[in-house]
Design a protein around this ligand. Sequence first.
Ligand SMILES: Nc1ncnc2c1ncn2[C@@H]1O[C@H](COP(=O)(O)OP(=O)(O)OP(=O)(O)O)[C@@H](O)[C@H]1O
Ligand SMILES: [Mg+2]
Length: 287
Amino acid sequence: MMNTNGRNGRNGQTIEQSIPVIEIANMTKIYQMGETAVHALNDISLTINEGEYVAIIGTSGSGKSTLMNMIGLLDNPTSGSYRIRGTETSELSQSQMADLRNKEIGFVFQRFNLLPRTNARRQVELPLFYAGTPGGKAVQMAREALAKVKLDDRADHRPDELSGGQQQRVAIARALVNNPSILLADEPTGALDSKTGDEVMGLFYDLHQQGMTLIVVTHDNDIARQAKRIVTLRDGKIISDERNGHTVLHPAEWARGGDELVTNGPVKGEAIAISLPKEGERVYESA
Ligand SMILES: Nc1ncnc2c1ncn2[C@@H]1O[C@H](COP(=O)(O)OP(=O)(O)OP(=O)(O)O)[C@@H](O)[C@H]1O
Ligand SMILES: [Mg+2]
């Protein structure tokens, strides 16, 4: 459950807790392709606490989506341990795993993955029907989720009647409708122009402020900047794990020049692309 009681960030204060929600230890994922074995994840250990906002970056093929699929319980690792809120997932049956996924995890994809001829309301209601939520309650929950992404006025629109940013917001509402405690997003702005990407990032920021644990895979340094912690993968290994030590800034703050932004100095590895904005410089814009 997304719990906002008493831990909303005020005035940009951070709200992360030291309660681990995700504990990965020595995880590997090997894809056997004929003769060759692809080590997509190679001895990954990673703990993420409740309320953290983590960006996962790294070059193409470095294992980002594979790691997200493991975290999202969409696939099983070859070896290693993965606990969600203390529950060891490797010991669960497929149906227990599905229950845990439905309860704890919302997933947002680059290409929205919406049903083509289905209106927004219905897209968001569907996971609730699969979960057996009674009809009236499902309708109400879907309405709340659409309101959360500011799309209540577009509930009757099909994907082809919505902009790309609006489609992604429907997908986010669908991911949120079960009140998951963890929101995973794999390149959520990858198919969007920079302005609509900004809208989606603003939404993630708000969710972070409400206490959601967020993990976002991105090629976009602006998104990585918004996260409080940046994990960099290379060849299936974590090569850096940086907390950039500054208060998470709302996109609107960045546009003002980010004068509150303080870092603990240079960031190692590929996260070095995170540089301080200069006075008056427009920083909140994808290249
Ligand atoms: N289903 C699969 N079968 C075989 N190999 C796979 C499979 N999925 C991923 N791989 C391989 O595992 C490695 C990691 O892939 P992954 O999709 O996790 O990379 P990524 O970091 O998400 O890349 P991108 O930025 O291009 O999305 C790659 O070498 C890829 O070819
Ligand atoms: Mg990927």
